[in-house]
Design a protein around this ligand. Structure first.
Ligand SMILES: [Ca+2]
Ligand SMILES: [Ca+2]
Ligand SMILES: [Ca+2]
Ligand SMILES: [Ca+2]
Length: 292
């Protein structure tokens, strides 16, 4: 009987040693985590919340909690850490802490998709604990959808008059956000003269542009811009192109659908009014820059 009892006594002894070890360290255990709102975009901010318990018999001093986006909710090396963290002042022995409204930024490298969020307390591991493997907790289901906005030009109004080199003209366009989330910032729609209806390297950029404000998902902005025609514009018919976010300030679902062309071409490259006799000037010519 004595021999039969040694095994259990040994196990109890190990349990006792473990319990004794736990008594003299903090033991942080992550309890729950959440994100608001449930959708975001690379470069955008969201708000994290979490809770933690200290199951040890010793108070935990200050520690840092960090957050990760994980496709499967299992913490692994490929998970993307959200920029920003929560600096907890500490948790009393046997106590708990809940924190919310923690502003974190989605890294620009995060691909669109659904993610679980994971909170890891004492993430840099500055506090020695009885158990270091229970410091992370994942949301039970996917808690955030990472999306991008998408700007397109829906309509371009071609000027009725000819396009004179060195002159100015007014162009009208409608720029729409067809993506599922608002743009992070304002953008610039710019305009080109093109010999066809597709943007190419030889197209002439018109000076000036139009600032498009922040657009919610599905929202559009219509506006008119005064733009200048390069004096080197050769004679011929041109389509007018409008290209959304032409300065490439926004990451979008598609970067190749940003331009649209006028339905019909306009006549371009007509000499400026100062270069030909006044009796032959058509009334439609745009004024020639400084002489206007
Ligand atoms: Ca722990
Ligand atoms: Ca630790
Ligand atoms: Ca686009
Ligand atoms: Ca863009």
């Amino acid at each position: 009987m004595r021999g039969g009892g040694s095994g259990p006594q040994g196990a109890e002894g190990r349990r006792g040693q473990k319990a004794a070890a736990l008594q003299f360290t903090p033991e942080l255990v992550a309890q729950g985590v959440g994100l608001l709102p449930p959708h975001g975009q690379p470069g955008g901010t969201i708000q994290a919340s979490y809770s933690v318990k200290n199951e040890g018999l010793v108070a935990a001093g200050p520690f840092t909690t960090r957050f990760y986006l994980s496709p499967d909710g299992v913490k692994s090396a490929g998970d993307k850490r959200l920029e920003g963290a929560h600096a907890a002042s500490g948790v009393a022995a046997g106590g708990g802490l809940s924190a919310g409204g923690i502003v974190v930024t989605v890294p620009t490298a995060v691909a669109p998709g659904s993610y679980h969020v994971i909170a890891c307390v004492d993430d840099p591991n500055k506090i020695a604990e009885g158990n270091e493997t229970d410091n992370c907790v994942a949301s039970p289901g996917p808690s955030i959808l990472i999306e991008r906005p998408n700007l397109v030009v829906q309509a371009v109004g071609a000027p009725g008059a000819a396009v004179a080199p060195g002159g100015n003209l007014l162009v009208t366009d409608t720029t729409k956000n067809t993506g599922g989330i608002a743009t992070l910032s304002a953008s610039t729609t710019r305009y080109y003269l093109s010999t066809n209806q597709t943007k190419g390297s030889g197209d002439k950029l018109l000076t000036g542009g139009r600032t498009v404000p922040v657009l919610d998902a599905g929202a559009s902005s219509q506006g008119t811009a005064g733009v200048g025609v390069p004096s080197s514009t050769a004679p011929g018919p041109y389509y007018l192109l409008a290209c959304a976010d032409d300065s490439k300030g926004l990451a979008e679902t598609s970067e190749t659908d940003n331009c649209a062309a006028s339905a019909s071409p306009v006549q371009g490259g007509v000499p400026t009014s100062s270069s030909i006799p006044s009796r032959t000037r058509p009334a439609r010519w745009a004024p020639g820059g400084a002489s206007a």
